[in-house]
Design a protein around this ligand. Structure first.
Ligand SMILES: [Zn+2]
Length: 206
């Protein structure tokens, strides 16, 4: 595998085993377990500049508020997923059985131009949610795919409110234009590559 310029750390967090990533100054999808994320950041001497969520599902957001206060850094959410925050408490209570408190406060809504994270590009990938995004770094040969594509050819669920199966399929098609050797870091489960995903992609839901 090609060497990455930026270091990358993966942390599995929360009851739904969300992958949180530390990469290029960004905390991506801090889905729970604030203490674990915080301690890892200190241990690695990682310098977080922003928190970013690939989409607005609560299991990608549960540690946002605490990390915002701990590091005094802004939180970015895709604009079209603002609507998902209204479901944050309800969904967490329903799926995990506890009240997570108020939803995270968004400091900046993600647009296609930003933010610039050492050349990381925001790719809109609606479908699993209306505003879902992937983060791509050509230089580092990595894609953070959120809940859009997973290892084993699996794709994001589209049986939740605000999902759209057709949009998801379009988004996946678009991702498949990336180089086959691109390493894919999904929101749950193991890594894959664009090429590896292509071979196993059989339209089954994660
Ligand atoms: Zn999700």
């Amino acid at each position: 595998m090609p060497k990455r310029k930026n270091k990358l750390k993966k942390l599995q967090v929360g009851q739904l085993k969300t992958n949180c990533y530390l990469f290029a100054g960004a905390i991506i999808d801090p889905g729970d377990d604030f203490d674990y994320i915080y301690q890892t950041i200190l241990d690695l001497d990682f310098q977080p500049k922003i928190i970013i969520a690939t989409h607005g599902h609560f299991d990608h957001l549960l540690a946002v508020n605490e990390l915002k206060s701990a590091f005094n850094i802004p939180f970015y959410l895709p604009k079209k997923d603002e609507v998902m925050l209204a479901w944050y408490r309800k969904s967490c209570k329903y799926y995990l059985g506890f009240d997570p408190g108020l939803p995270p406060q968004v400091d900046k809504f993600l647009t296609l131009q930003g933010p610039s994270l050492h050349g990381t590009e925001v790719i809109p990938t609606p479908g699993h949610t209306p505003g879902g995004i992937c983060l791509y770094s050509q230089k580092d040969n990595v894609l953070f795919s959120g809940d859009t594509i997973f290892a084993g050819g699996a794709v994001g669920r589209t049986d939740f409110p605000y999902c759209n199966r057709q949009d998801l399929e379009k988004s996946i098609k678009n991702l498949l234009k990336l180089p086959d050797e691109t390493i894919v870091y999904p929101g749950h489960g193991e890594e894959t590559t664009i090429g590896g995903f292509k071979q196993l992609y059989k339209n089954h839901a994660y």
